[in-house]
Design a protein around this ligand. Structure first.
Ligand code: FES
Length: 173
């Protein structure tokens, strides 16, 4: 081991002389500071959750007027999906080409806590990975997990090679 006892002492940097502090003081967090931090974080989370809940209750749902082109039939193979939004809305939707040849379109937001949902090819099910929620890919009904409601669904209209969507109730039977 090297003997450093005769090594010259390094001069203290000027900032240490101007702003002296002890290392222990710099890293110490008192119970009061920690409690304040916890209160701030949980208060922020409460405010955020309340904002989302109030916004959902007070703002009317976005109405889908008319038919909207999404893509071409050849763009989505059986078992495939295509994500899209509609004009004037930021709501994400997912178009699903089921292996049976049927088409479905749903909101891509889980009805539990709005996580993005995904079609699981070959299963006929839509998965929400956040809390293991599952939906029927034909109907949008909840199969398992905490989601309280089915996924909102759009009508899918095939016209020639084009795929269009419309509000489900307004679609031709
Ligand atoms: S957000 Fe989808 S199951 Fe919780």
């Amino acid at each position: 081991m090297e003997d450093t006892s005769n090594a010259p002492l390094k001069p203290r940097p000027a900032w240490e002389t101007d702003f002296p502090h002890e290392r222990v003081e710099a890293t110490h967090v008192s119970r009061r500071e920690f409690a304040k931090f916890l209160c701030l974080v949980s208060g922020g989370l409460c405010a955020g959750t309340a904002f989302v809940a109030v916004k959902d209750k007070l703002l009317p749902p976005h109405r889908i007027v008319g038919e909207h082109p999404v893509c071409r039939i050849g763009d989505v193979p059986p078992g495939g999906t295509h994500g899209f939004t509609l004009p004037g809305s930021h709501t994400p939707y997912i178009l699903i080409h089921l292996e049976s040849g049927e088409w479905r379109a749903f909101e891509q937001k889980c009805t539990h806590l709005a996580c993005a949902v995904f079609y699981k090819p070959g299963t006929g099910k839509i998965e929400c990975p956040c809390h293991n929620g599952w939906f029927d890919a034909r109907t949008g009904e909840v199969l398992q997990g905490p989601p309280p409601r089915p996924l909102p669904q759009l009508a899918v209209i095939l016209r020639g090679e084009d795929i269009l969507v419309a509000e489900l109730a307004a679609s031709p039977a």
